[in-house]
Design a protein around this ligand. Structure first.
Ligand SMILES: [Zn+2]
Length: 446
């Protein structure tokens, strides 16, 4: 049996089990060769031989990226995304593992559904898919789902979230936090007090006032985060906060961490770059629902606070909240449009723009926040390991030196709702290796 995977002269791909990545700058350091064999990183050094050569001069080598927050939409909304298309987008973005959110149709609230999503990921093979289990049955916010059965299933669920909806009932949230302790799970809260955000359309502030759109106050997020930090501390459990978007949220999380509580948090690329005034005036006009997202884009001061918090570790990681929607759900009037943006294929570029090129993070810091920390929070084995001999060969090769206009035409995602179209962004993912097998080479799927 032929067991080489590589690009042959006629462009077809066959199997190779050994690669030498030549001259890559691991976490931005000095150039080195990386020898990969049988799915593992075997050796790092100079002048290595013993496999198909991948030229990586000038490229940054990062551990394969891990996303804690991806909407793959399957089962149920295959018109927006499938596990196949979403994981292709993930691989092209440099990801080797994604956590698939539970708000599918049917909801991923049983062992059966999470195993189905996990199996679809395995069959697609572009990156590992770890399903997130719903906290409550049908995301209904009334009864706990079968958390233990999902944890014990083949999908080995460790992250539980009603994302898209907030677990607003304090008693249910307390019970969920208590329950997941049995299997070292974590509840990932979508912090949105429902009564304070009824009918909300965009960040509550000067812009929403001028545009006459119902405001989404920062306090609706901050009140839930404060409550849940207190609850997690009270029962001694782990809490993760999804897509933090306000400066006030950062202050509360900083305070909770200062108490030694087991609270972690994520921020999306779009909340690190974009602001609410785009709704009023942007390259694509005003009231363009491409900027409609949950939680909403906030102010410049919030963006500055989020960047600072990601740099100092108050916010642990970057998570895409990749939220694909078909054209008919986005290209409509503002009030009727779906909330959400795609993000897998632009995440690293946006983080470079917002965090690296601004001097706030180095590449080791990016690796921690886009690979190590999310794998740790999700208790995901085999991912988020430093690039060193003996680790699984999950590697992303990235060229930070290029800059190009964002063009979603070539995206692998089934949806096109990117807020970056027409902007120029830095960087390009050149290759992604999943357990020693290239899923992306030369910027293209293998
Ligand atoms: Zn959410």
């Amino acid at each position: 049996m032929n067991d080489r995977i590589g690009t042959t002269r006629d462009g077809s791909v066959d199997r190779v089990s050994s690669f030498v990545i030549r001259g890559a700058r691991i976490l931005g350091g000095e150039p080195a060769d990386i020898l990969i064999r049988d799915g593992l990183l075997v050796e790092i050094g100079q002048g290595l031989t013993g496999g198909e050569t991948v030229e990586a001069e000038g490229l940054i080598a990062l551990p394969g990226l891990v996303d804690l927050h991806t909407h793959l939409r399957e089962p149920g909304r295959e018109d927006a995304e499938t596990v196949g298309t979403g994981t292709r987008a993930a691989a092209l973005g440099g990801y080797t593992a994604v956590h698939a959110m539970a708000n599918t149709e049917p909801v991923a609230d049983t062992a059966g559904v999470v195993e189905q999503v996990w199996r679809l990921g395995q069959e697609a093979g572009h990156c590992d898919v770890r399903p997130v289990g719903a906290v409550t049955v049908g995301l209904g916010g009334e009864r706990l789902a079968e958390l233990g059965a999902m944890a014990d299933s083949a999908a080995r669920v460790r992250v539980f979230s009603d994302d898209g909806k907030c677990v607003s009932d304090a008693v249910l949230m307390r019970r969920a936090l208590e329950y997941v302790k049995a299997f070292d799970g974590v509840v990932a809260q979508h912090a949105q007090e429902p009564r304070l955000t009824a009918g909300a359309q965009m960040n509550e502030g000067a812009v929403s006032g001028r545009l006459g759109l119902t405001g989404w106050p920062a306090v609706a997020e901050e009140a839930i985060i404060a409550r849940d930090c207190l609850l997690a501390a009270h029962v001694g459990s782990r809490l993760h906060i999804c897509h933090v978007s306000t400066a006030g949220s950062v202050e509360i999380i900083r305070w909770a961490k200062s108490k030694g509580w087991d609270v972690t948090a994520e921020v999306t690329p779009h909340h690190l770059l974009l602001t609410d005034d785009l709704v009023e005036d942007s390259p694509v006009g005003s009231y363009n629902p491409i900027y409609k997202v949950n939680p909403p884009l906030r102010t410049r001061a919030d963006v500055e606070a989020l960047r600072e918090a990601l740099a100092d570790g108050t916010i642990d990681c970057v998570a895409t909240d990749h939220a694909p929607h078909p054209v008919e759900d986005k290209e409509t009037e503002w009030a009727a449009a779906a909330m959400g943006m795609i993000g897998l294929e632009t995440a690293l570029a946006v983080v470079q723009e917002a965090m690296v090129d601004t001097g706030l993070l180095d590449w080791a810091g990016v690796a921690e926040r886009m690979s190590l920390a999310p794998a740790r929070i999700g208790r995901l084995q085999g991912h988020g390991r430093p690039i060193e001999a003996g680790a699984p060969a999950n590697i992303t090769l990235y060229d930070p030196s290029v800059r190009a206009a964002v063009d979603p035409a070539g995206y692998a995602s089934k949806s096109r709702n990117t807020p970056y179209e027409g902007l120029t962004l830095p960087g390009r993912v050149v290759a992604t290796f999943l357990r020693g097998r290239p899923t992306v080479l030369d910027g293209k799927l293998t």
